[in-house]
Ligand binder design. Structure first.
Ligand code: EPZ
Length: 428
């Protein structure tokens, strides 16, 4: 019920430090289920999706301890049942990684169908196809996926679509299977590589992560480990776009610039200056923005998770830009909200046509999902006047301390509880 209130128009200046990657953390935390000892995971982002997945493991019997604000220790040895309940699982998409992890450990998994952002149909057929190739049977009844194998045996799996989730789940199920599993047409996202590095640090034998062929030779035992998660590429991209949209000079720290190449290339095409350092990028924008076209693709293509944020930037660029969303069936629910700020966008299926306008003007809007919510924040920062964003729980699922980080860059943004708003009105 809480809201963000933003008064736009301030340019952004200074440094912002990026947290650990959400989409790596939500794969690595369930992967710890496969260990025969304690896993210490560092650079964990302090976000709701991480708390939920950690709570699910705890509820299943794991010892989960927050050692400090970004380090989590998981001792999974007390998990005795391969069942994950609906109550927490339905709150997030990545809870489907419990399927692969529990299957890998117990040869059985019973997990409610996951929730998460609504981009139209989100099938898991490729995950199930992978489990079946390893020798598992599955059924889907009453909203629960039930997977079972007498014995998991390595095999070749060709993914019909490049799927991050299916690649992760098959890796998790195969890592302790007998023999060799080869995933072809695998996803190549940085968090796939991070998961492979985590598993290898436990004693797994995973090769080729980051290419489209991943080979996993099963091992019988995985030990506990200590591992630090990579920085969040999408959080970094979001601050880069925010600096470009509001204008100013911002250094985004704790990043791997190579992971940001597709974002950097598009910003440069639009006339934004991007300087790359070893672990930082500096964004400078004081001139006009030029139109550009974007097509979302699996990594290393332009990430779908940056599409809504870029739509805001294109809304204030000179000229007409075309966005082609080729990953998800429908990822334009936010467009109606962006129009409230004065953006001129028309959508036809997977294509959005954006006519740049001179300025956006603040208005009340909603965060329709996580990245859509980030786009609303950027819109509010760039707009003239006040923007009020509702449904911010979507944003807080994936961005650590977003209000504080933007305030430190000079933005006029605050989080208010609805109670505060009611008492402020009463005082008038
Ligand atoms: C991951 O979702 C990310 N989530 C998403 O980020 C991201 O948008 C997406 O990858 C694409 O990059 C996490 O990592 C937790 P997919 P995932 O399986 O794994 C189709 C964010 O904002 N498909 O790669 O669920 C599917 O319909 C989130 O941080 C099948 O057809 O995505 C889609 O069109 C939101 N069958 C395409 O593949 C399947 O079995 C890519 O989906 C699986 C997927």
């Amino acid at each position: 019920m809480d809201k963000f209130i933003i008064t736009g128009g301030n340019k952004l200046f200074g440094d912002v430090t990026i947290s650990g990657a959400k989409n790596a953390a939500v794969a690595i935390i369930p992967a710890a289920i496969l260990a025969d000892g304690v896993c210490r995971i560092e650079n964990i982002p302090n976000i709701n999706d991480v708390s939920i997945i950690a709570r699910i493991l705890q509820q299943m019997g794991a010892n989960v301890k927050m050692v400090n604000k970004s380090t989590l220790e998981i001792d999974p040895r007390h998990i005795v049942s391969p069942v994950a309940s609906y109550e927490l699982v339905h709150q997030m998409r990545a809870s489907y990684y419990l399927l692969g992890a529990l299957l890998g450990r117990f040869s059985r998994a019973v997990v409610a169908m996951p929730g998460g952002c609504d981009f139209g149909v989100r099938p898991i057929d490729q995950h199930l196809k992978g489990f079946a190739a390893l020798g598992a049977d599955y059924s889907l009844e009453g909203g629960v996926v039930n997977v079972h194998a007498d014995k998991l045996t390595g095999n070749n799996v060709y993914l019909d679509v490049v799927s991050v989730g299916a690649t992760v789940n098959i890796m998790l199920a195969a890592v302790k299977a007998t023999g060799l599993t080869v995933i072809e047409n695998a996803a190549k996202e940085p968090h796939i590589v991070d998961l492979a590095n985590f598993l290898n640090s436990m004693g797994a034998d995973v090769r080729g992560a980051g290419t489209d062929v991943i080979k996993i030779r099963g091992v019988t035992h995985l030990n506990g480990t200590c591992y630090s998660i990579i920085p969040d590429q999408i959080e970094a991209g979001t601050y880069m776009v925010a600096a470009a949209a509001a204008g100013g000079d911002v250094t985004v720290r704790n990043v791997i610039p190579k992971h940001l190449e597709s974002i950097t290339a598009k910003l440069e095409e639009m006339g934004v200056v991007v300087e790359e350092y070893d672990e930082a990028v500096r964004i400078v924008r004081d001139g006009p923005l030029s139109k550009c076209n974007i097509k979302t693709m699996p990594h290393p293509g332009f990430p779908t998770d940056m599409q809504p944020q870029f739509a805001v930037l294109l809304s204030i660029a000179n000229g007409t830009s075309i966005v082609n969303e080729s990953v998800w069936d429908y990822r334009y629910r936010y467009v109606e909200e962006l129009r409230r700020l004065g953006a001129q966008i028309s959508v036809d299926g997977k294509i959005a046509v954006i006519e740049g306008v001179r300025e956006l003007v603040g208005a009340p809007v909603k965060a329709t999902d996580l990245r859509a919510g980030a786009a609303m924040v950027i819109g509010g920062l760039a707009a003239r006047g006040a923007t009020q964003i509702e449904d911010i729980e979507h944003i807080e699922r994936g961005y650590e301390n977003i209000v504080e980080k933007f305030q430190a860059l000079g933005a006029d943004i605050k989080r208010i509880s609805v109670l505060e708003q009611v008492s402020a009105k009463a005082a008038l």
